[in-house]
Every structure is written in structure tokens, then in C-alpha cells.
Write a protein that binds this ligand. Structure first.
Ligand code: PGA
Length: 256
């Protein structure tokens, strides 16, 4: 695999490839290696455009090479609230469309976005955390990064101790989602998200970013002092985290 030809990055946590396709090849290979070594692996999944190329490759690995997901368990980071699972805008539907309908994973979980009482939501959030613990915790968590520095839907202001819960979406996050929903007024104002602490408990984290629009937030995530204003900066404390970037996303960190 051709790594970036730009100046080497001093930080070994940062892996830079020339383009998005190579980043996806690398991350898909990492996941395939994990599943081969541990058929009961627990994966943390992300939505958004960034991981889609990885999911395409996992489908190919399953259909062409027989990569077996039958004993793998997956947990998604977040879901809009309120939203029906069958809505074309739900993350449940997104994950079914881009991955799960094409592989043989039987155990996949997305937080429940159905409207219900605050008490019922709190109970379900606790249960989500318990389910993760019951299967031994997340072996590998895939993350994208939002322009606000959110991880999952942990927006600026999120506590490092946060757990799965109902959250308010940042105005910038809603604006970024507006086109997909056919207008800002259709974007839910809330979501259910794993917390920062939930994410930090993953044994391994793979943060992916692609494109020049992510260069500044990637730089901030890596170089700013950990702060609630940029939740991705908390990741600096994780002992087993790597940033998989294309050259455009890495352009403000290269050679530093
Ligand atoms: P994106 O979203 O992959 O669509 O850029 C990333 C995120 O908001 O976490």
C-alpha cells in the first residue's frame, strides 16, 4: 500500500495515505485482521460519509473472501432523536443499507430513536451500556470527526465522563446534515449518543478523516490542549488510538 510521499509525520499515532481509498483499504484490513484473530470481536461503528468506503471493502471481504461476521457484535455510536428506525434518515436504516444487509452479522445495535418518555430513554441508554459490557467491551471503535470536533454526537461542552444519553445537536452539525434531510427544519434537534467515557473505554480506536475541510479540526484534535470545547481532544488520553488520514486531512499536521 502506497503511504503518503509528503514529509513524514513525527507522531506514530498518525498514519497518512495519499488518498481516501488507501485510508479505507488500511482500516478495512485492520478490521479483517481483528475478526480473523478474534471471530467474536466487538466493533464500534460510525455513520457519516467517512467510513462508507470501509464498509464497501468489508462487504467485498465478506462476499469475495468469506470474512465471517456471524459471531461479531456491532454497536453504533449514535442515532437521531426522535426518529423511526425505518425512516430513510435514521442511522439504523443507513447502517442496514450500507453494511448490514450485505454481510452476515447477526448482532448489531443502534441506539433507539423512537419518541418516548425521558425515563424510558434513560433506561434504554443504561441498557445500551450494559449490553456493551456484557459482551466484554468494544475491541475496536471506528470514529469520524465532525467539524465541531464532535465524536459520536458528543458536541462541544460534553463531559469527558459522559455516558450514553440524550444530547442536543450543535447548530453547525444540524446545518451539515440539512441537505440530507431536505432542509434544516427537518433535521432533528436531538440525538442519542454513546458518551465520551463510553468511547474512551474501547480497547482500540481508529479515527478516520478525509479531505481539506477536516484539516483544521484534525489539527486541533491532535494539538490543542484537551478541552470540552473540542471533544475530540479528549482522545489524546487514549492509550491505543490511531488517526488514519488522507493527505488533505493531514495537511496541517504534516511535518510537525
Ligand atoms: P462525515 O461526518 O463522515 O460525514 O464527515 C463525520 C462526523 O460528523 O462525525
Amino acid at each position: 500500500m502506497a503511504a503518503s510521499t509528503l514529509a513524514p509525520v513525527a507522531d506514530e499515532r498518525i498514519i497518512v495515505d495519499e488518498d481516501y481509498g488507501q485510508v479505507c483499504d488500511r482500516v478495512a484490513d485492520l478490521i479483517a485482521t481483528l475478526i480473523t484473530a478474534k471471530p467474536t470481536a466487538v466493533l464500534g461503528m460510525a455513520t457519516g460519509s467517512t467510513p462508507r468506503g470501509v464498509y464497501e471493502r468489508l462487504i467485498r471481504l465478506h462476499q469475495r473472501d468469506g470474512l465471517d461476521f456471524s459471531r461479531v457484535t456491532c454497536f453504533n455510536l449514535d442515532e437521531y432523536y426522535p426518529i423511526e428506525a425505518a425512516s430513510p434518515h435514521s442511522y439504523h436504516e443507513f447502517m442496514n443499507r450500507v453494511l448490514f444487509s450485505s454481510i452476515n452479522c447477526r448482532q448489531w445495535h443502534v441506539p433507539n430513536g423512537l419518541p418516548r418518555t425521558p425515563e424510558a430513554i434513560a433506561e434504554d441508554c443504561l441498557r445500551y451500556e450494559e449490553l456493551i459490557r456484557a459482551v466484554g467491551g468494544i475491541d475496536l471503535q471506528i470514529l469520524g470527526i465532525g467539524r465541531t470536533g464532535h465524536i459520536g454526537f458528543n458536541e462541544p461542552g460534553s463531559s469527558p465522563f459522559s455516558r450514553t444519553r440524550l444530547v442536543h445537536l450543535d447548530a453547525a452539525t444540524r446545518r451539515d446534515a440539512a441537505a440530507g434531510f431536505g432542509g434544516l427544519e427537518n433535521v432533528p434537534t436531538q440525538a442519542i449518543s454513546m458518551g465520551v467515557c463510553t468511547i474512551m473505554e474501547a480497547k482500540q480506536i481508529v479515527l478516520m478523516a478525509s479531505g481539506a475541510s477536516k484539516a483544521e479540526i484534525v489539527r486541533a484534535a491532535l494539538q490543542e490542549k484537551p478541552t470540552a470545547e473540542i471533544p475530540a481532544t479528549y482522545l489524546q488520553f487514549h492509550p491505543n488510538l490511531r488517526y488514519f488520514l488522507d493527505e488533505a486531512a493531514a495537511s496541517l499536521c504534516l511535518g510537525t
